[in-house]
Ligand binder design. Structure first.
Ligand code: SAH
Length: 215
């Protein structure tokens, strides 16, 4: 795949736009400037890859809007070496942003087709998160605890399991709500059984799906 000067230029503009909209974490901005987002999209959408919009990635799912990726990632306060769990691998773009920032990434996808596609594709462009097929509501008990957890689909409620799988001092970022609109929620785990909760505005995600829709 080709990452041309034109693509790089478009990425610079996109980063400028995201910065103007309030993202200040330089490592987040650098990751977005580095990763060729057009690699993650169906060819018919190539020319739109650097607009600040979500796009279809097949199986009824979307790659999140770049600003939303940046916003969620900034809330996670990623440090080099952080062990991060992502729920909702999708195209793998968000996982690559986290890897670019030096995190160790574990990511879970519940749609087999997307899981297989992304698991094959990411190593081809030299990104190697650990990718799992499963239900994100359950987290990844075998690999817990995590420094950070990010949910990239709209959760009707905050799954307790995910808070349990956070280290003390760890951060969970999850869009919460069901009817097409979610409140970006940040949970900071303050002790084994306690946490602080913050709300960071309204967003729109595809829904986090339960066991029923498993394929
Ligand atoms: N982070 C992705 C965008 C995710 S879209 C990216 O960067 O491209 C949301 C994803 O969550 C979809 O791929 C959807 O299939 C997945 N998903 C929905 N419910 C899930 C669940 N219970 N467990 C894991 N993944 C889930």
């Amino acid at each position: 795949m080709l990452d041309s000067f034109k693509h790089k230029g478009l990425r610079k503009n996109l980063v400028q736009h995201i910065r103007k909209n309030g993202i200040t974490d330089e490592n987040v901005l650098k990751a977005i400037e580095t990763i060729p987002r057009h690699f993650f999209m169906d060819s018919s959408f190539l020319e739109f890859a650097y607009e600040d919009k979500p796009f279809p990635i097949g199986s009824g799912q979307t790659i999140s809007q770049p600003y939303t990726v940046a916003f969620q990632t900034e809330l996670l306060k990623i440090k080099k070496g952080d062990k991060v769990l992502e729920i909702g691998t999708g195209s793998g773009y968000q996982a690559c942003v986290l890897l670019e920032m030096g995190a160790r990434v574990f990511t879970v996808e519940r749609q087999k087709k997307l899981y297989l596609k992304t698991k094959k594709f990411l190593p081809e462009i030299n990104y190697n998160p650990k990718i799992f097929y499963g239900d994100g509501y359950k987290g990844l008990p075998t690999f817990a605890p995590f420094d950070k957890i990010i949910v990239t689909a709209g959760a009707p409620y905050i799954p307790d399991t995910l808070i349990e799988q956070l280290k003390i001092g760890g951060i969970l970022v999850v869009p919460v709500g069901s009817s097409g609109i979610q409140i970006m929620t940040r949970i900071i785990k303050t002790s084994k059984n306690d946490y602080k909760k913050e709300e960071h505005g309204a967003f729109r995600f595809v829904p986090l799906l339960g066991d029923k829709a498993y394929d």
